[in-house]
Ligand binder design. Structure first.
Ligand code: SAH
Length: 241
């Protein structure tokens, strides 16, 4: 009897952590389902491909451990270095405005945690993403690789310059606020291509959708937003040249 009891405890000791982990995954799956239903679908984003991608990407693995429990809530969260991962709805909205197509090659400025890149990567052919903070760039690259997102390339650098080596791009998504679209980005966008970006004027930020027509960017303002500011060359060149 005592032997049996001993075996029982050994079994518990060996298998409980695994069971706990599985339950935790189930728990996050439920939170994610609810996030998509209540924060995204209910606010009018009905594109099934986008909803599917948002259901698939494990957002809790893109935030620091201390914030995992909150990762499916309706607000942005800190990811270290004074930066944030965007609110889930804003990620879905920017993705929707970009009208991702399976043949698209997309450039992202502001990798942060890599979450937006992961969502996009399920909807397009390739994602190229640039992050100015080395630590975040390296962490995101490692995370995306470990999670199996193989169609994303991460670069540590200033997004102002774009990524000439892989240009031109069908779409560009900018996830830090800026006063104007830098010339290299405009040039690296294909004719007919789109840019989604938070634009800051006089301290007010709006989410804009640009379309490149005859070499010029046509702007359409879509919403009010709150993003961290773009750093680097744009700070020394706050005016368009
Ligand atoms: N898309 C991210 C959130 C971005 S937060 C996510 O899904 O988690 C904005 C990011 O833009 C920050 O990480 C910030 O460091 C980065 N950033 C700011 N200026 C930049 C620049 N000039 N080039 C590239 N990244 C920049």
């Amino acid at each position: 009897m005592r032997k049996l009891l001993g075996l029982f405890f050994i079994f518990l000791f060996l298998f409980c952590p695994k069971m706990k982990k599985e339950n935790k995954e189930e728990y996050y799956n439920k939170l994610r389902e609810r996030m998509v239903k209540e924060q995204i679908e209910a606010r009018g984003i009905k594109d099934q491909r986008i909803l599917k991608a948002m259901r698939e990407v494990k957002r809790h693995l893109f935030v620091p451990e201390a914030f995992r429990e909150e990762s499916y809530n309706d607000y942005p969260l800190p990811i270290g270095e004074g930066q944030t991962i965007s609110q889930p709805f804003i990620v879905a909205l920017m993705t929707y405005l970009l009208e991702p197509e399976t043949s698209d090659r997309v450039l992202e400025i502001g990798t942060g945690s890599g979450y937006q890149a992961a969502v996009l990567s399920l909807l397009v052919k390739e994602v190229y993403t640039i992050e100015i903070i080395e630590k975040l760039a390296k962490e995101a690259e490692k995370r995306l690789k470990e999670l199996g997102y193989h169609n994303i390339k991460v670069k540590w650098g200033d997004g102002f310059e774009g990524w000439q080596e892989y240009a031109p791009f069908d779409k560009i998504i900018i996830t830090c606020a800026l006063p104007y679209i830098p010339k290299p980005l405009k040039e690296q966008l294909k004719e007919g291509g789109k840019i989604v970006a938070p634009m800051e004027k006089d301290g007010i930020q709006v989410l804009s959708l640009f379309t490149k027509e005859k070499g010029e960017l046509i702007e359409k303002v879509c919403d009010y937003v709150r993003f961290v500011p773009m750093r680097g060359r744009i700070e020394v060149e706050p005016e368009e040249k």
